[in-house]
Design a protein. Structure first.
Length: 337
């Protein structure tokens, strides 16, 4: 028997099964680009509804910041409601699309990972509808958790802002510190647990709440293994992020040499590289969690060698004496006549 690192198994599967990473990139980027396109068209339509008078155009031509700001204030006056309505509709539509498309994409990638790790796709089962319903429940719970944290933060800031006075301005600062130190990490932790629970939906076809319970049990029983996998994949992502920041800094320094459009294109491509590597590392981290859940990080099975045969001499059986029959002729001391 030999111990095997789940973190190393996660890094290996990125290169052994690049199709899993490509599938993750495909559904994430398609959903992201669709949302960006919808937001762009919504912004264009919103800008088309803004009235611009001749006086506003005259203020824009003055090139004075104060006059331009006054023109923008006049143009945007009374349009905040329409912008809020459009943002609400777009956010709701994007959330619904993310629940459905994200559930399908997550089911595909996790099934491929599980088939590679266990070596047989037949072990996954064929209850696709149950898995998709559970994954949709997890995705809906993640959205509800995010909205709850956002509403709680806004409510806390609003209430304390109304109750605070000029004499005690530190109250608002205390609430902001509490929100960003307690609420934000708690929301991130809940989102991480819900994403971890998805592996139990695919591997064991659990319900949404059953998968959350299984994820909590996994964190309790294999805390250090989960922590090690999260640390190394997080460190890899952070390292690549700093490398990309340095590359973007050099690219922005080329504004005086290269055309601005080319520099913006380079920065955009560097950002895409970062997101691609981040998605690949996310797949590797899920594979590491799969290995920990299957117990492969504790003991990896190997062909066991046959045990040496030890000869144990058998104990001779002691025969119990039977009773003597006095009528036996061979034992009689009397002569036969």
């Amino acid at each position: 028997m030999q111990r095997r690192s789940a973190t190393l198994e996660g890094f290996k599967i990125i290169f052994r099964r690049p199709s899993c990473a490509f599938a993750e990139i495909a559904w994430r980027w398609s959903l992201g680009f669709s949302g960006a396109i919808l937001a762009t068209f919504a912004l264009i339509e919103y800008l088309n509804t803004l009235p611009v008078t001749a006086d506003d155009q005259l203020l824009f031509r003055s090139r004075q910041p104060a006059l331009i700001g006054r023109a923008l204030q006049h143009i945007l006056h009374g349009s905040g409601g329409r912008l809020a309505e459009a943002a609400f509709v777009l956010a709701a539509a994007y959330a619904v699309a993310w629940i459905f498309i994200g559930s399908i994409g997550r089911d595909i990638t996790l099934r491929a990972l599980l088939a590679d790790l266990r070596g047989a796709a037949s072990d996954i089962g064929d209850r696709t509808s149950l898995r998709l319903v559970s994954l949709m429940g997890l995705h809906a719970t993640r959205i509800a958790t995010l909205l709850s944290a956002l509403v709680a933060a806004i409510a806390a800031v609003t209430l304390v802002s109304a109750a605070s006075s000029a004499r005690h301005p530190s109250t608002l600062a205390a609430v902001l510190i509490t929100v960003f130190i307690v609420a934000v990490p708690a929301c991130l932790l809940a989102n991480w647990v819900l994403s971890l629970a998805s592996i139990f939906v695919v591997s064991e076809t659990k319900s949404a709440f059953g998968a959350i319970l299984a994820a909590a049990v996994l964190c309790r029983d294999h805390f250090f293994g989960i922590l090690a996998a999260s640390f190394w994949f997080g460190l890899a992502r952070l390292t690549f992020f700093f490398i990309l920041v340095i590359a973007v800094t050099f690219a922005l320094a080329l504004f005086a040499v290269l055309p601005p459009v080319l520099v913006v294109l380079i920065v955009f491509l560097l950002a895409l590289c970062y997101f691609a590597v981040a998605d690949c590392l996310y797949i590797g981290r899920l594979a590491a969690y799969f290995s920990i859940a299957d117990g492969q990080d504790i003991i990896a099975a190997q062909p066991s060698s046959p045990e040496p045969h030890v000869f144990i001499p058998s104990t001779p059986r002691i025969l119990e004496p039977r009773g003597i029959d006095p009528d036996e002729l061979i034992l009689s001391d009397l002569a036969q006549t």
